[in-house]
Design a protein around this ligand. Structure first.
Ligand code: G1P
Length: 279
């Protein structure tokens, strides 16, 4: 089986859930303490041994490219320079959906399976394997394309791709159906697509076949639905926590939780809580 050597990080979305900030600031560059979100995403891949990285950007995302200028790469935790990454960029011409963005990765990917992690989502693992490693390990065991899943509250299904499938034991699912952002009453289950995928190169053929779907955008979920009809597509309920920073509420929550775990900020946090309790 082919080893996964490449990651694609879509970071071209408009960030409309975070206006007005995102008019001039890519959401992927929002800080979580002193690092932007994209930094955590790149480190997730590097820790999983993947050092060929393609970041898909769009209009107004120049700060992302500047951030990864070679002299700045020193701040990445590469656990030894042998894992030093090569980072490439490609620009999506128009923001017409995640499915369209992934198409821009075809030349970079070639004929290999590859990892996709969204540029606005950080994972924190509760086991010694990070979430990318958990997916890679499941892929190595099964040889099938696989996507990360997480149970969400029924009222939240309209924010996610939702799957239905058959549990194969433990965290593993055989996916039968995928629907992009269904209303709770139409959702086939409460298992959501979290934005970490190991995709086969055949995905590009399916991405050519799809029409604009939910919100009139080309949806990766629709291409995966076609793939699942003809091939085995697996799901994996990852072990850990996902922080999507795409809205102010979610970003604030992530920021506070990271501060809470970092002893450097214990004093500030305790003082703030004390102040809060006084009013
Ligand atoms: C994308 C995917 C969706 C997935 C979500 C996870 O949606 O289309 O299937 O559940 O990421 O964050 P977006 O959040 O870009 O609207």
């Amino acid at each position: 089986m082919q080893k996964i050597r490449k990651i694609v990080i879509p970071a071209a979305g408009l960030g409309s859930r975070f206006y007005p900030l995102t008019k001039a600031q890519p959401k992927e560059m929002l800080p979580i303490i002193d690092k932007p979100v994209i930094h955590y995403v790149v480190e997730e891949a590097i820790k999983a041994g993947i050092n060929q990285i393609l970041i898909i950007v769009g209009k107004g995302k120049e700060a992302l490219i500047n951030y990864f200028d070679s002299h700045e790469l020193d701040s990445l935790d590469t656990e030894g320079k042998n894992r030093f990454p090569e980072i490439f960029f490609v620009r999506q011409k128009k923001p017409v959906g995640l499915g369209d963005a992934i198409r821009y990765a075809q030349k970079f990917v070639g004929n290999e399976p590859f990892l996709v992690l969204l540029g606005d989502t950080i994972y924190q693992s509760s086991s010694d394997m990070n979430v990318a490693q958990q997916l890679l390990s499941a892929f190595e065991k099964t040889g099938s394309p696989i996507i990360a899943l997480e149970k969400v509250k029924k009222e939240k299904t309209k924010d996610y791709g939702i799957i239905s499938g058959e549990n194969l034991g433990g965290r593993l699912w055989l996916i039968k159906k995928l629907v992009e952002k269904p209303e709770p009453k139409d959702a086939p289950s409460d298992l959501a697509i979290t934005g970490a995928y190991i995709l086969p190169p055949e995905i590009f053929g399916y991405l050519e076949k799809i029409k604009p779907g939910k919100n009139n955008e080309y949806q990766l979920t629709d291409a995966l639905e076609l793939l699942a009809r003809e091939n085995k597509l697996l799901g994996y309920e990852f072990d850990g926590t996902r922080y999507d920073i795409g809205t102010k509420e979610l970003w604030i929550r992530a920021f506070i939780e990271f501060i809470d775990k970092d002893p450097r900020f214990e004093k500030i946090l305790l003082e703030t809580i004390e102040k809060h309790n006084k009013h």
